[in-house]
Design a protein. Structure first.
Ligand code: HEC
Ligand code: HEC
Length: 319
């Protein structure tokens, strides 16, 4: 019979009938069949070129030798090739030099963002501003515990920091505590009283917070006269700081405030150079075998420390 696909009565059927509906036996369209063969062919080509059939260990390798890891490593190598000249140059510069070289400064800041995100943001917050109520120093303001100069910032990062204030619960009477809380509030409002200042001095607060209560950066003691609170500026919060102190192991309610160190070797070298300069010696004459044991912890490279120091310095308030 002459077949006309559009006329069901002229099309061969398979002999199957359900509820009066015949199953026709039309051939598949040619374009459809061709695509089927073509996709089959592609499968074979891919099988030959790329890793495909899973074996007990690994898989067939494919003749191109392609792997995801190779592709990743090739891309990374391209990135490294672009970075290497910058990183080499950066490694040879001091942080002070980087700060005045706009091109290197730009590079240092740009490449610190990931470093900062991976290592610092968990405590100091995205962009250097921790969420409120979390007791980590804000790195974007003008208020520095340990100093906002580039040297101090680099030292904070390399060495780590942990301010220490003893718990005063056994050192002060209830009344003295009340008076000191009031004194800290008054001073932050610019109205310190004579009596308050006398008690502040008598109780030894000045030894760490300074005669002007503005803090001493070598100790990381907070400035009590500004309204930027490291922990809390409410009367209860200030009372808590005074009674329980900071990092005082004898008091379970003490504020814990520990900044981990990221490169002990850099910290030791910075300190040795600073001492040499202070003594009028040439820092190039330092015998590093004497200063370093070789087992110093280096969680970030020296170049990374430089990048981060520069990054934090420009976040705001770097001095
Ligand atoms: C585990 C939490 C933690 C991490 C991670 C951390 N810090 Fe800190 N950081 C602190 C604390 C706490 C202090 C304050 C220490 C104190 O109060 O004595 C601090 C202090 C600092 C200071 C000194 C601030 C000042 O006011 O003088 C700088 C700068 C700093 N951190 C930068 C960094 C950088 C950069 C990183 C990442 C490499 C980092 N921190 C990672 C907790 C952390
Ligand atoms: C041994 C040194 C030391 C002594 C003594 C000391 N402090 Fe402190 N104090 C610190 C340090 C260091 C910090 C900041 C800790 C940090 O952030 O790491 C601090 C923090 C504080 C804070 C918290 C400030 C804020 O911004 O939240 C208050 C309030 C305070 N001190 C008041 C006092 C008073 C009042 C006295 C005297 C009774 C006193 N301190 C004695 C070292 C000391």
């Amino acid at each position: 019979m002459a077949e006309n696909k559009n006329d069901p009565s002229q099309v061969k059927d398979t002999g199957h009938v359900w509820d009066g509906i015949r199953e026709l036996d039309n051939p598949c369209p040619r374009w459809w069949l061709n695509s089927l063969w073509l996709s089959g062919l592609m499968v074979i080509v891919y099988f030959i070129l790329y890793p495909s059939l899973p074996l007990i260990e690994g898989s067939t390798k494919g003749i191109l030798g392609w792997t995801q890891i190779n592709e990743f490593e090739e891309d990374m190598a391209k990135v490294e090739a672009i970075r290497a000249p910058f990183d080499n140059q950066l490694a040879a510069m001091t942080v002070e030099e980087i700060l005045v070289d706009p091109r290197m400064l730009n590079y240092a800041i740009g490449s610190s963002k990931v470093l900062y995100g991976d290592n610092c943001a968990a405590c100091h917050g995205v962009g250097g501003a921790p969420p409120t109520g979390v007791f980590y120093p804000n790195l974007t303001d003008d208020d520095w515990l340990f100093g906002g100069g580039i040297y101090d910032i680099k030292m904070s990062i390399a060495q780590g920091r942990a301010g220490m204030m003893p718990a005063h619960k056994n050192l002060l009477t209830e009344e003295e505590t009340d008076q000191l809380v009031q004194f800290v509030i008054d001073y932050s409002n610019g109205e310190p009283t004579e009596a308050g200042l006398a008690l502040y001095n008598a109780k030894g607060c000045f030894a760490c917070h300074g005669a002007d209560a503005k803090g001493i950066k070598a100790m990381g003691s907070a400035n009590l006269t500004d309204k930027i609170w490291r922990f809390s500026g409410t009367p209860e919060g200030i009372r808590h700081s005074i009674i329980h102190g900071v990092n005082d192991p004898s008091d379970p309610q003490t504020h814990i405030a520990v900044m981990p160190g990221w490169n002990e070797k850099v910290a030791i070298m910075m300190e040795a150079r600073a001492y040499a300069i202070e003594d009028g010696d040439d820092p190039n004459d330092i015998d590093w075998d004497d200063e370093l044991d070789g087992d110093e912890a280096e969680r970030l490279t020296e170049t990374d420390i430089k990048k981060l120091a520069v990054y934090v310095h420009q976040l705001g308030g770097g001095q």
